[in-house]
Every structure is written in C-alpha cells, then in structure tokens.
Design a protein around this ligand. Sequence first.
Ligand code: BTN
Length: 338
Amino acid sequence: MAKKPTTTLPGTTDRRIDALLTLLAENTTIVISGAKIAKEIGVSRQVVWSWIQKLRELGVRVKGHPHSGYHIERTPDILLPQLLSHRLYGMPFARRIFHFFKTDSTNTVAMHLGEQGEPHGAIVIAEEQTAGRGRAGRSWIAEKSAGITCSILLRPQIPPAYAPLLTLVAGLAARDASAEELTAIPDIRWPNDLLVDGKKFCGILTEMHAEPDRIHYAVIGIGINVNQTKMPADLADIATSLRIETGKTHSRLELLIRLLRYLDRYYNQFLAEGAAPILRRFSEVSTYFEGKRVQITTSAETFTGTTAGLEPSGVLRVARDDGRGVEAVLSGDVGEIA
Ligand code: BTN
C-alpha cells in the first residue's frame, strides 16, 4: 500500500517565517506595519518582532520604522519555499519544498522522504549542512548560505541500468544554469563534476533505492559553490566558486530557479525521447566525452587511458593504455592526465 506523504518534517523552517519574509520581499518598496504582518501570517506582533530579529541575525537587512513598521531594501538571497514556488509555478519541482536553515545532509533527508512515500519532485534545501556527503564516501563542506545545497527526489520509471543517465541529466541542467553566470565556458567531468578553468565548483551525488528491475526512488543531490570568496586551503588548487571566478556575487535564488527549470526540461526530454538527446548534449559540452587522457580510479583498480564516448546507458568508455581494450566505467573517479 502506498504510504502517505509526510505533512511536517522536524527541523524545517517555520512556514510562517517563510510567509513573513515573502511578504517583505514582495513589497520592497513599501513599509508594512507590524500589525498588518501579524494579521497576515497569523501570529502576535511580539512574535513578528522576534522573527525579524532572527532574520537580521541571518543577514537579512530589515529596516524598522518606529511608528509605521518594517521594510527590506532588496529581496534577500535565502532559498525559501514561497520565494521559489511563486517563480516555479506549475512545475513538479515546486509542489513540495522542504527548507532547513540547518540539517545534516539534504540527501539523507530526501532519501528518508523517499522511504516515507513522498511524491516525485520534492526538493530539500539547506542553508547549512552539518554532514554534507560527497561521492565515494567523501564529505561536502560548504559555508552557510554561500552556495546551493539541495536534493531532488525523483521516481523515474526506468530500469536501474539507465540510472547513470539521470546523473548526466542533472549535470547538464547544473551546467547550463551555471554557464549563464560565467564568462568562461564550464566543462563537465564525467559523470557530473562541473569545472571552470580546470577547478571544480559543483558536485552531484545520486543515490537510489532500487530492485534489479525498477527504481523505487532516486535522489539527486547538488552542491554548487556560488558566493564563497575563498576555498579552504587544502582545496584551493582544485576547487572554486562562481564568485571567485567572476569577482561578483550571484543570486542563489535565480541560479536555483534556473537549475530547476533546466532539470525539468532535460528530465522530460529524457523520458520522452530517451538517451540520445542527453548523450548528444553531453558530447557537445564535455571535453571528457572523447579523446581525453584520463586516470580512472574504481573500487577495484586504477588505470590510465583515453575516453571513447559513452554507452547508451551513460556509462563512460575508456580505451585502456595497457592494451586490455575498451573498459565501460560504471562509476569511479576520473582525473585528467597531461
Ligand atoms: C561530489 O562531488 O562528491 C558530490 C557532492 C554532492 C554534494 C551535495 S550538497 C547537497 C546534497 N547533500 C549532500 O549531503 N550531498 C549533496
């Protein structure tokens, strides 16, 4: 029997704070009285005041006018559900949005939601993760509210063997969304690390719960370094952010909206037309598609070779240097070699 979707999730941002901020963000040119805000969101004026303090602590510049009320000068860059859903109206990815100021990992939350019967398209967003997870058991560390950390729950009706294509779909969406923020052209290192000038600014972790013949649910976790002004010393040579690359701040809200729109487009194209347009697009935008000298590290071995396109399932083909033919790499770390 199908499980009922979760109605509330502990730790998510109070819907009324979301409503308060949306009200202020959508009326940036006027001062709204505390009494009016209180009435609209259904709390006392005292509570409005205390939440305004909380928003200020989070860096939202709310101006208080002694006798008339509150106003903000510009839309804050917090990824709140109402701000997103107003802009993504009618899309499956806007129906259920779970926002956290802080959680362990959005992928962990989304996998839990999948288990609980949450419908296709739910999104989990965090301003801060305390145990962000990367591929191959690594961790994903991102400064609070500087990047995008989100996970999308999908219920694709495809055989698990085609799951690598979902990973490509997400990579293409993140690539196209980010390309509009950059002057340099971003690259995709198979399967879906996004690089600019050879440094990584976005990583994607796909996890799923499946049987041999069907996927129950898949979670696509996307981390994008957006407004970080510097990377931790041990990552500075290999990682970057959009801000470091362009020298300016970027709206996380606009980037996430664009990302979800591209994801919706690529995902539907994949369901309607199959793998071909996804593989073709990957070949156009990734220098790793063909002819790239690489070192591959899988759980079983490390070897070198030259990339030789993708299998119809999205798996990477690598012509091995050791003469053992072309290897189909299902998962592993890919590094460019000079
Ligand atoms: C990688 O390149 O190793 C993948 C990194 C994926 C990070 C994202 S951030 C949002 C989501 N939640 C997680 O815990 N991980 C993914």
